[in-house]
Design a protein around this ligand. Structure first.
Ligand code: ARG
Length: 563
C-alpha cells in the first residue's frame, strides 16, 4: 500500500517539476499517530527548500495534482504541511486477506535478487573444540539471514568455514601424544576427550614443543596429519548431529586447511604489489595509514596465518560463485580482522571486496553480566544447553497437557526449546550483548519464541473449532482491533525487506511479537466462533496464522499446531 501511495506522490511531484525517486518517497512516508490523520501521511517540509514554497502550499499542490483517487482510498486530503491518505479499509482488508490466503508462504516474498548469488558464511566452528555457546549466535543469525535473503529472491550459498588449521593443532597433537587415548577418541565422547587433551597441553611448558608439532603438521608429517584427520572426523560427526537437531543446513563445508596450498601464490602477489614487506623475519602489511594497524601475513617461523588463509578463501569463493555479496557472520571480536581482510583484498585490486560484509554480533552474557562461555570455568556444551532448555519446556507443556505421550512430549519440547533459544537471540539487535537467560527464553508468556508458537497454536485451535469450511469475505464494518490487525498484516513485506537490507533479523522477530500481541488482543475483544462475523473473522485468523508462519520460518523456528 505504501508503494501505491508513493506512486501517487511520484506522479504528482512530476507535475511540480520535482525529480524524486520512489525509494526516497517511501522512506519519507509516515504512519500518522491517530486515525483522524489518515493511514499514511506525506510530509512536505523537506520540499520547501527545493521549490521555494511554503510546505503548506506544497501539500495543497501535491493533493491537487492527484486527479483521480484510486479505489483503495476513501479520501486524500492536504492538512497543514501534510498530504494525508485515508484507505478504504474494507476494500483494503478484502484485497489483502485474499492476497495473503492465496499467496500463502509466498506472501511477502520478492524476486529482487533473482539470478544473483549471496554467500552467507556462518557458524564456522573450530575442529577439536566443542560446539559451544560461542558459535551459537553466528549459527542462529546466519541461518536466519540466509532465509531472509532467499525470501528476497537471491540464491544463497550457505557456507560453514571450518577452523581446522592453526597453531592450536600443534597443542592438540602434542596433547594427544602425551595424554591421549585411542578408545576415547573413537567413542561418542570424543569431543570431551579432545577438550581434556587441549586443556592439559595448553600450558607454557609445552609451548615450544607444540609449535614444533604444528610445524611438522604443516610440513606434512604423516603421523601428525593422521591425528589431525581423526580430530576432524570426530568433530564433524558431533557438529553434524547438532546441526541436524537445530534444523540447520549448509550447502558447503569449506575449511581453512583447503587454502594452505594457495598461500604461496597469495604471498607472491602481495609482495609483487608491495602490499607486504619483511620485518624481523616475518611478512607484514603495514595498514597504519588506514587505521588498521599491522597485519601479519606469515610468521617468522614460516607458520601460516588465519588472515592469509582468509584472503585465499575469499578469492576462491569469488571465482566459484561470482557472488553479488558475501556475508561473514562472525562475532564482534573479529572486527579488525575483517577490516584488514577487506582492505588487503582491495589493495590487491579485487573490486568485489566492497561487496564483502562482516555482519557482527555481540556476546552472550550470564546473569552477572559476564561473558557466558564457561560455567564455573568449564566449557558449556551446546548439547547441555539444549537438554536444559528441553527440560524446562517439558515442564511447561506438561502443565497444559498432563496426559501427553512421551514421544509427543519429546518432539514438542525440542521445537519449543529451539524456538526459545533462537528467538531469545534474534529478538535483539544483533550488535547488542544479550543476557543468555534460558528460563526467561522458555516462558510461554511475554516476548518469547514459545509465546509465538502458542499464539500460532491458538489460531489453529480456533480454526479447528469452526463448524463449516465456508468463508464469506463480505465485511459489514470493521472493529478497531480488526483494523489494527489488518494494518499489521500489510506491513509484513516491508519488514521482511528491511531485515534483508539491514541484515538484521530482529525486525522480523519484533514484528512477529507485535503481530501476535495484537492477535491475542483481537481474540479477547472480538469473539470468533459463534459471532455474526464468524466467517470474516476466521479469515483474519487464518491470515494471521499464515503470516506468523512465514515469520517463524524466516527466523528458523517451527510452528506448532498444538502447544
Ligand atoms: N573459526 C573462526 C572462529 O571460531 C571463525 C571463522 C570466521 N570466518 C572467517 N572467514 N574468518 O573464530
Amino acid at each position: 500500500m505504501k508503494e501505491l501511495v508513493a506512486e501517487l506522490i511520484l506522479k504528482s511531484a512530476k507535475s511540480l517539476n520535482l525529480k524524486l525517486k520512489k525509494e526516497e518517497i517511501i522512506t519519507l512516508i509516515e504512519i500518522p499517530p491517530s486515525a483522524e490523520m489518515g493511514d499514511y501521511a506525506f510530509p512536505c517540509f523537506f520540499l520547501a527548500g527545493l521549490l521555494k514554497m511554503a510546505p503548506e502550499e506544497i501539500a495543497v499542490e501535491v493533493r491537487k495534482n492527484i486527479k483521480k483517487i484510486p479505489e483503495q482510498f476513501e479520501d486524500i486530503q492536504s492538512q497543514g504541511a501534510y498530504v494525508n491518505f485515508f484507505l478504504d479499509r474494507k476494500e483494503m482488508a478484502k484485497s489483502l486477506i485474499l492476497k495473503i490466503l492465496e499467496e500463502k508462504e509466498n506472501y511477502g516474498k520478492t524476486d529482487i535478487g533473482k539470478g544473483k548469488i549471496i554467500v552467507v558464511e556462518f557458524s564456522s566452528v573450530n575442529i577439536a573444540k566443542p560446539f559451544g555457546i560461542g558459535h551459537l549466535r553466528s549459527t542462529i543469525i546466519g541461518n536466519s539471514l540466509s532465509r531472509i535473503s532467499e525470501f528476497e529472491g537471491y540464491k544463497i550459498i550457505r557456507m560453514n568455514y571450518l577452523g581446522d588449521w592453526g597453531t592450536q593443532f600443534g597443542k592438540m597433537i602434542l596433547g594427544y601424544k602425551k595424554f591421549g587415548n585411542a578408545r576415547k577418541l573413537n567413542s561418542k565422547n570424543a569431543i570431551k576427550h579432545m577438550l581434556e587433551i587441549y586443556i592439559k597441553a595448553n600450558k607454557k611448558q609445552y609451548e615450544e614443543k607444540a609449535r614444533q608439532e604444528f610445524q611438522e603438521l604443516e610440513k606434512g608429517n604423516k603421523e601428525n596429519l593422521m591425528l589431525w584427520k581423526k580430530f576432524k572426523e570426530a568433530s564433524l560427526k558431533n557438529f553434524e548431529k547438532i546441526y541436524r537437531v537445530l534444523g540447520i543446513k549448509f550447502d558447503v563445508y569449506s575449511a581453512e586447511s583447503e587454502y594452505n596450498d594457495s598461500l604461496i601464490a597469495i604471498i607472491d602477489e602481495l609482495l609483487k604489489k608491495k602490499i607486504i614487506k619483511e620485518s624481523e623475519g616475518a611478512l607484514i602489511a603495514d595498514l597504519e595509514e588506514f587505521g588498521l594497524s599491522t597485519a601479519i601475513i606469515e610468521k617468522s617461523d614460516g607458520a601460516t596465518i588465519y588472515l592469509t588463509r582468509d584472503i585465499a578463501a575469499a578469492v576462491d569463493r569469488f571465482k566459484k560463485y561470482h557472488f553479488e555479496k558475501m556475508v561473514y557472520e562472525v562475532g564482534q571480536e573479529q572486527i579488525l580482522h575483517f577490516r584488514q581482510l577487506f582492505k588487503l583484498l582491495e589493495l590487491l585490486g579485487y573490486d568485489w571486496s566492497k561487496n564483502c560484509i562482516h555482519v557482527s554480533h555481540g556476546l552472550y552474557l550470564d546473569k552477572d553480566g559476564k561473558k557466558f562461555a564457561t560455567r564455573k570455568g568449564k566449557t558449556i556444551f551446546m548439547e547441555d544447553v539444549l537438554d536444559e532448555t528441553m527440560d524446562l519446556a517439558k515442564k511447561e507443556i506438561k502443565k497444559r497437557y498432563p496426559k501427553i505421550s512421551k514421544i509427543e512430549l519429546e518432539k514438542r519440547a525440542l521445537k519449543v526449546a529451539i524456538a526459545a533459544i533462537f528467538y531469545g537471540d534474534l529478538k535483539n539487535n544483533r550488535s547488542n550483548n544479550i543476557m543468555f537467560d534460558i528460563k526467561r527464553f522458555v516462558s510461554f508468556e511475554g516476548d518469547t519464541g514459545p509465546y509465538l508458537q502458542y499464539s500460532y497454536a491458538r489460531a489453529n485451535s480456533i480454526i479447528k473449532k469452526a463448524k463449516t469450511n465456508k468463508r464469506n469475505i463480505s465485511i459489514s464494518d470493521l472493529d478497531n482491533k480488526e483494523i489494527e490487525l489488518i494494518k499489521k498484516f500489510s506491513q509484513f513485506p516491508e519488514i521482511a525487506k528491511k531485515s534483508f537490507t539491514q541484515l538484521n533479523p530482529s525486525f522480523i522477530a519484533n514484528y512477529s511479537y507485535q503481530l501476535s500481541k495484537i492477535f491475542n488482543e483481537f481474540y479477547h475483544e472480538c469473539p470468533v466462533i459463534g459471532s455474526e462475523k464468524e466467517q470474516f473473522r476466521l479469515l483474519l485468523v487464518a491470515s494471521f496464522q499464515q503470516i506468523l508462519k512465514n515469520c517463524l520460518f524466516l527466523l528458523g523456528i517451527e510452528p506448532l499446531e498444538k502447544m
